[in-house]
Design a protein around this ligand. Structure first.
Ligand code: HPA
Length: 339
């Protein structure tokens, strides 16, 4: 080794070599086995066993700093974990407790527009599931399409529209994650939205509900695209979250989606959209956002542990659990639901 190398360079090179070897070792593993390896690595670094995960979007990562007794793990060190390259995404998993509730918080995520495959985008959700997570609170920065919204308001996701042109579950299905054709009807779990509405009211926060449309980005939309999105029923637009929601549904994990409207969508105001504005708004509403999470997480946790509410998520939809309508006897007339 050259005597001119500094110790920092030597350490960096050793870490890089270790990562390359780790990747090579994982190359022949199934995604399920990779997720198990990643989960094992994480669980060896904390005694906390979270059942609720929070994914913190652009500019919203500050919530994780409020967790007590945190184990902070850099994504870079977790086997097979994709590393965020987007600004405002710290790239750290923080596992700790919030008022005694064990929580895993991801400070930042990876996006399709960064060049990751959708399978890579959902890998962290699959790892969280291996940690034992039954509920995912997925947050993001979004453009507001509904004109009732204003910059900085929070919107609870009632539903979503996938316009990313693909689906993260395309390819051979591993039944250990879930069934081939997962149902998406109730993944945006209505009781969680009810908790969030109630707690927002107690906190004096103005929260809305809406439908989130996911596009790939990275360019923001054109005004014509926003008019189109409004026409098809979208209230918000963003570049993330939907792949994770689909992965969650696949694994029987219930979701509370919360968007922070960091800007009104293209063409609504007579001004351009900038990434700086998105980050600044996210950071400006951090306080409100963290207050809402602080109030909602104990409510969700109580539901997960209470025998009466018995809500440890729907059972993973395994192939054997998918009974054909014929086998179930006479079909009941389904109830109609409105929007
Ligand atoms: N469009 C898409 N993604 C976004 C926006 C937007 O206006 N704002 C924040 N993320």
């Amino acid at each position: 080794m050259s005597p001119n190398l500094t110790s920092a360079t030597i350490i960096a090179r050793a870490a890089s070599t270790a990562r390359t070897r780790q990747r090579a070792r994982g190359a022949n593993l199934s995604t399920f086995a990779q997720a198990q390896q990643a989960a094992k690595y994480i669980l060896a670094r904390t005694r906390v066993r979270p059942r609720i995960a929070v994914v913190l979007g652009s500019g919203l990562g500050g919530f994780a700093d409020s967790l007590e007794n945190p184990a902070i793990i850099d994504y870079r060190n977790i086997p097979h974990f994709p590393v965020s390259t987007a600004i405002g995404h710290a790239g750290r998993l923080v596992i700790g407790t919030l008022q005694g509730v064990p929580v895993a918080a991801m400070q930042g995520r990876v996006h399709f527009y960064e060049g990751y495959s959708l399978a890579q985008v959902i890998f962290p959700m699959r790892v969280l599931a291996q940690l034992g997570i039954r509920t995912a609170i997925l947050t993001n920065a979004a453009g507001g399409i509904c004109t009732d919204y204003h910059q900085g308001c929070l919107v609870l996701l009632r539903d979503h529209i996938n316009l990313q042109g693909s689906n993260p579950l395309i390819g051979p299905n591993d039944e250990r994650f879930g069934v081939r054709f997962p149902d998406m009807t109730t993944v945006h779990w209505a009781p969680y939205r009810a908790f969030a509405r109630e707690e927002a009211r107690n906190l004096g926060l103005d929260v809305f509900e809406g439908v989130y449309a996911a596009l790939t980005g990275p360019s923001y939309e054109t005004p014509a695209e926003i008019r189109y999105l409004r026409g098809i029923g979208a209230d918000l637009v963003g570049m993330s979250t939907v792949p994770e929601i689909i992965a969650a549904a696949h694994m029987g994990i219930r979701v509370l989606g919360i968007s922070c409207v960091t800007n009104m969508a293209a063409g609504i105001l007579d001004q351009p959209i900038t990434a700086e504005e998105v980050l600044e708004t996210g950071e400006r509403v951090q306080g409100q956002f963290s207050a809402l999470l602080n109030a909602v997480i104990p409510r969700i946790s109580a539901g997960l542990t209470s025998p009466t509410q018995s809500a440890p998520g729907p059972p993973p939809q395994t192939a054997s659990a998918q009974v054909s309508p014929k086998a179930k006897g006479p079909a009941k007339k389904p109830k109609r639901r409105g929007r």
